[in-house]
Design a protein around this ligand. Structure first.
Ligand code: ZN
Length: 84
């Protein structure tokens, strides 16, 4: 199936093919810069998340968040390769 192009600034929504506007609703559709501390070996990784995914990250913790959003984890792996 062809992936639908979505206009979203949330990196996770983008990787998942989710429209963050629909996911969050108009009022909560904000982008938050958050940080992964355990994804890269030597440095923190700043990521742009929507409110929904920022809360989900907070609730699940990094490793469970990446398991939950496996498409995003795969994209990070493709992007950073050996740094992971
Ligand atoms: Zn999102």
């Amino acid at each position: 199936m062809e992936k639908k192009e979505v206009k979203t600034a949330c990196e996770v929504c983008k990787a998942l093919g989710v429209d963050s506007y629909l996911l969050n609703g108009a009022e909560r559709n904000k982008i938050i810069v958050s940080t992964f501390y355990r994804v890269l070996k030597n440095k923190p990784l700043k990521v742009k998340l929507c409110t929904f995914h920022d809360i989900e990250l907070f609730q699940l913790g990094e490793s469970n968040f990446l398991k939950q959003n496996i498409e995003y984890a795969l994209e990070l792996r493709a992007r950073f390769g050996k740094e992971l």
